[in-house]
Write a protein that binds this ligand. Structure first.
Ligand code: HEC
Ligand code: HEC
Length: 384
């Protein structure tokens, strides 16, 4: 179903792209206004660029870089001086398509635009939009500075604070380890500037160390209750997992499913930890095993890039790790959401009302065959 959505979206985008390219071809006959470069996009002036990103092709409708091990660009991110404490990054299609292309050489093409929103608050409560900082690649504009045109404006776009080959912007953005003057995104590699703890490599030891020590999973949240399960405590589990389980989910995954534009597939960096117990929901006993799913960009595209891990409850060893055939075969059954069997990811808005709403809102998890045992089925387990 989600794949269909993606295919449909793709068709719509293609159709739109065809229309746009026709418009451009037709516009070729029109006289070229002075200052307008022979490329897609606005002229290299602050006023034209601002009008373009605010009105002609509003950046808020753009996408962002693809999530990777370091950042999930789909939402608010922790930023830093001299930019806002919280930022959001939007990228136009010219840049996005270039980076996705197989022959991409690490230099963004002319016409690429990157808009950064800068906020003074936190990612959870960003507050008012304080400033816009923009990079726009213009052919021949400033070859010594990667041909980037720089722009800074107040959040309401009412003025232009700085524009052009702004020395301050260039000198800082030219620092080592960057990618084409970008500091936050490095085409899937570690960015030149990174805030926070990087997610672990795709290795059993690294992942185990991360969930036990670096970011203890017991401090994470879990899926929102969905009318079928309340994920806040012990749940009746089933073969081959423990008779009782507890499920923990990291912020990367939880932030993603809360977004309006969520398409049903979790971003890289998502981690789901399941504790497996042999006892009952009321008396689970000792923690017997940990089974973990960790999404790593590029790790195993045929099976949605999940890295699988199984370890004893005390984390003293790695019993299985990697693209584990057994895990994939069972979790890859039809109609499930992104290889998850217990929680069905809804696409689209999932507001608090919807989560807390009627019993019917949660879709039935797809591990039905395994879930329809006597004590399980669709009757919600008692919240603890
Ligand atoms: C003292 C260093 C510094 C200066 C000066 C600076 N920046 Fe940045 N800029 C950063 C850092 C660090 C990041 C990445 C962190 C973030 O996203 O906040 C960044 C990120 C950005 C991004 C997002 C793209 C990316 O990944 O690099 C844009 C757009 C941007 N800056 C525009 C500007 C503009 C326009 C100016 C000048 C008005 C400017 N910057 C001046 C340090 C600087
Ligand atoms: C024979 C089928 C089967 C196999 C094999 C299997 N699982 Fe599962 N798994 C399930 C079912 C059914 C659920 C949901 C019910 C539950 O929570 O017990 C589940 C749930 C999970 C969850 C919670 C997220 C979710 O799917 O909702 C994780 C994490 C997980 N399994 C990890 C693993 C790992 C790691 C392996 C391999 C070492 C594995 N599983 C092998 C059937 C399987």
């Amino acid at each position: 179903m989600y794949r269909w959505r993606i295919v449909l979206t793709g068709i719509v985008v293609l159709a739109a792209a065809l229309l746009v390219s026709r418009a451009i071809v037709q516009a070729d006959d029109a006289p070229i206004t002075a200052g307008v470069p022979a490329q897609e996009g606005p002229g290299a002036t602050g006023a034209e660029l601002l009008a373009y990103i605010l009105n002609e092709n509003p950046y808020t409708g753009w996408k962002s870089w693809r999530a990777d091990r370091w950042n999930d660009y789909g939402g608010y991110l922790v930023g830093g001086s001299p930019h806002g404490a919280t930022v959001r990054i939007f990228v136009n299609n010219v840049a996005l398509e270039a980076v996705e292309a197989e022959d991409f050489d690490g230099i963004l093409p002319y016409g690429s635009i990157i808009v950064k929103e800068n906020y003074m608050g936190t990612p959870a409560e960003p507050g008012e939009l304080a400033a816009l900082t923009v990079m726009y690649k213009v052919e021949g504009f400033n070859p010594e500075g990667g041909d980037w045109f720089w722009l800074k404006a107040p959040g309401d776009g009412s003025a232009i604070d700085a524009e052009g080959a702004v020395e301050g912007c260039i000198s800082c953005h030219a620092q080592e380890g960057n990618a084409d003057y970008l500091l936050r995104y490095n085409f899937g590699e570690q960015p030149a500037v990174f805030y926070g703890e990087p997610l672990p490599e795709a290795s059993g030891e690294a992942l185990l160390d991360y969930v036990l020590n670096t970011s203890p999973y017991t401090e994470w949240g879990s899926w929102p209750a969905n009318g079928v399960d309340d994920f806040s405590g012990f749940l009746a589990g089933n073969e081959p997992h423990g008779a009782t389980v507890r499920i923990f989910v990291n912020d990367r995954a939880l932030n993603a499913i809360a977004r309006d534009n969520f398409e049903g597939v979790l971003p890289p960096g998502s981690i789901v930890v399941k504790e497996n117990y042999m006892g009952t929901v009321d008396a689970p006993g000792e923690l017997a095993a940990l089974t973990i799913m960790y999404k790593v960009d590029g790790f195993n595209p045929e099976a949605n890039d999940w890295f699988w891990l199984k370890a004893p409850g005390d984390g003293s060893a790695v019993d299985a790790a990697g693209a584990v055939e057994g895990c994939i075969a069972c979790h890859g059954q039809q109609d499930n959401s992104d290889y998850l069997l217990r929680y069905d990811l809804p696409a689209g808005t999932m507001g608090v009302e919807e989560m807390m709403g009627e019993e019917e809102t949660g879709s039935q998890p797809s591990g039905d065959d395994y879930l329809e045992g006597e004590d399980m089925g669709s009757s919600p387990t008692e919240p603890l």
